[in-house]
Design a protein around this ligand. Structure first.
Ligand SMILES: C[S@@+](CC[C@H](N)C(=O)[O-])C[C@H]1O[C@@H](n2cnc3c(N)ncnc32)[C@H](O)[C@@H]1O
Length: 229
């Protein structure tokens, strides 16, 4: 296992992270493009029609817009206020402003959302930003938000990902990705942390997907997870 206590020291505080992500979205608006992610397109078929979907780290809502256009209602959570404002504008422009609620929220701090229950929780390019120590607690909270049979769907970048192979090492499997602390996983660690955890079934699959960041395309190496409550 990793040396948790030492690595912990390197993570940004939520306030620092929020400000840094604000700057990213001010400097590169629509950083990941306006089109949905390949992961969203791939996993959308697993979401039942007319669902309530909670998105984690949804940015300015390119996947929320895609899911709303498929008939879902989306609650998109992100730590960046800039992302929220851009999302409101983008969703309105795309004609689905009434189907998406954008909320500025540090997801790692707990997920009390009142009486909201979801059929699905979705996340793209998000879970690698969560400190491994916080994963179990977050999965527990997410389980509490899902209705029975509801699905948690997300991708997780692996230690075969280009950002891991070429990135500046912070500690063990922790890298500095464009100024953000990123946690990468090999097969055993991904299974240990993300499978089970109170879900009735868990599937993990290896894949590669094209990701465009600020107009530059790379191939991300990922595990895709489908956890069913
Ligand atoms: C790599 S971006 C991906 C954005 C979006 N999922 C997409 O694919 O367009 C990661 C997002 O996670 C958000 N984020 C990072 N840490 C977060 C946290 N603790 N709580 C909520 N959002 C967070 C960032 O603000 C950023 O928008």
């Amino acid at each position: 296992m990793r040396k948790v206590s030492v690595r912990h020291h390197y993570a940004e505080s939520p306030m620092q992270a929020g400000k840094k992500w604000d700057n990213v979205y001010v400097e590169t608006p629509f950083r990941y493009g306006r089109k949905p992610s390949q992961i969203a397109k791939r996993l959308a078929a697993k979401i039942r029609p007319a669902s309530t979907v909670i998105e984690l780290g949804g940015g300015y809502g390119r996947d929320a817009v895609f899911l709303a256009k498929r008939g879902h209602n989306v609650i998109s959570l992100d730590i960046s206020e800039e992302a929220r404002m851009a999302g409101i504008y983008f969703a309105k422009q795309e004609g689905v402003g009434d189907r998406i609620v954008f909320i500025t929220k540090d997801v790692s701090a707990g997920l009390e959302l009142g009486s909201v229950y979801a059929n699905a929780v979705f996340a793209n390019l998000f879970f690698n930003l969560v400190e491994p120590e916080q994963v179990a607690g977050l999965l527990k909270d997410l389980g509490g938000l899902l209705i029975p049979g509801g699905r948690l769907l997300f991708g997780l970048r692996t230690t075969r990902d280009v950002d891991f192979l070429e990135g500046e090492t912070v500690f063990d499997n922790v890298k500095n990705c464009s100024g953000f602390t990123c946690y990468f996983y090999d097969d055993a660690e991904a299974r240990e942390l993300f499978m089970g955890n109170g879900f009735s079934s868990s599937r993990m699959e290896h894949t590669q997907e094209t990701v465009a960041v600020a107009g530059k395309e790379t191939t991300a190496d990922l595990y895709i997870f489908e956890l069913v409550k």
